[in-house]
Design a protein around this ligand. Structure first.
Ligand code: ADP
Ligand code: MG
Length: 325
């Protein structure tokens, strides 16, 4: 799909240990120019360490980092064409918003008029025009996050590293920022490497997702590939919901939306009968909990007709939608 796209970040055989802990364990990863790439994994799986090594804050024990074709493995952070947005924003509390954003340009000794113009443009990009005079304490959490973003964007890096940048926001604001951030990324065309432990966030925002487990990449692919075709039990359980069912002597794995539930109708080459135990309304869908004949409990979100609790039901699905457990 991206054969002609240029690789911006190339990571080869990257490893980093802390004492006995292998935080990063032989990671290879190519990231394309303009891509939104997410490192997704549980806490402690090595995501932040990979990001810190790309930024140059951490040295690898082994392996190399190329940025724009150049080996930067031995370069200090300020000589790498990347910027980082941290979860805690790290704004200067005594400076106003505009000075916070200009800071990087001031360090680079960029003259005042250009500095101002670029800072104003960055403020506009994060939809905070007119907030330049405020102090960080006079902003909401979401606005502070936007300032942190503007402060990174103003440097026009070729790669932006974001470590759980929405982690401190409440759910509603977080969902809104996910969409805004994705739009902004398309607009500015900068390569984003985004870290999260939230699978829904990763599915919503990413062009591709690299799923981390214990310092390794278990799978890399588009959200659809990862969700519909997980290559390991770990990925299938970490991303999305799944049923693990003992079926004809084998453990299979199947998503709730691929299982139909009905009193009489079937859809697919696999069937299992059971009793409808509960129907739980969760807003956009209803989860049907079925006690199957073989003793398994199965969740379906795909009713083929109206059902009542206590009904004898048939669960059915297509075997090609199963994956290994
Ligand atoms: P994640 O960002 O996925 O939560 P990290 O990269 O922060 O994971 O950490 C990976 C592992 O390395 C964890 O077990 C963590 O405790 C350990 N680790 C990370 N940084 C350090 C450090 N500076 N000193 C000791 N252990 C560390
Ligand atoms: Mg982390």
């Amino acid at each position: 799909m991206r054969e002609s796209a240029e690789i911006t970040v190339s990571i080869r055989n990257l490893s980093r240990s802390f004492g006995a802990i292998k935080a990063v364990n032989h990671v290879d990863l190519d990231i394309y120019s303009g891509e939104f790439l997410t490192l997704l994994g549980p806490s402690g799986s090595g995501k932040t360490t990979v990001l810190r090594i790309i930024a140059g804050f951490e040295k690898p024990d082994e392996g190399t980092i190329h940025l724009g074709g150049k080996d930067v493995s031995q370069l200090p952070p300020y000589e790498r064409d990347v910027n980082t947005v941290f979860q805690d924003y790290a704004l200067f509390p005594h400076m106003n918003v505009l000075s916070n954003i200009e800071y990087g340009l001031r360090v680079q000794r960029i003259e005042k008029t250009e500095r101002k113009a670029r800072a104003e443009q960055a403020l506009e990009q994060v939809r905070l025009s007119g907030y330049g005079d405020r102090k960080p304490a006079q902003l909401s959490g979401g606005q502070r996050q936007r300032v942190a973003l503007a402060r990174a964007l103003v440097n026009r890096p070729s790669v932006l590293l974001l470590d759980e940048p929405l982690g401190a926001l409440d759910l509603k604001l977080r969902e809104q920022m996910q969409i805004e951030l994705k739009e902004l990324q398309r607009e500015v065309g900068i390569t984003f490497i985004f870290v999260t432990h939230d699978q829904e966030e990763a599915l919503t925002m990413s062009d591709r997702i690299a799923v981390f487990n214990q310092g390794r990449i278990e799978q890399i692919g588009t959200p659809r590939e990862i969700y519909e075709n997980p290559q390991s039990a770990f990925v299938s359980e970490f991303v999305g919901q799944t049923n693990k069912i003992l079926f004809e002597g084998k453990r299979i794995n199947i998503r709730p939306e691929f299982i139909s539930v009905s009193k009489s109708k079937e859809s697919g080459d696999r069937t299992l009968t059971g009793l409808l135990k509960d129907a739980i309304f969760v807003g956009a869908s209803t989860r049907f909990l079925v006690d199957a004949e073989n003793g398994e409990q199965v969740i379906s979100v795909k009713p083929l007709e109206d059902l009542s609790i206590g009904d004898s039901v048939i669960l059915s699905w297509e075997s090609k939608k199963e994956f290994l457990a």
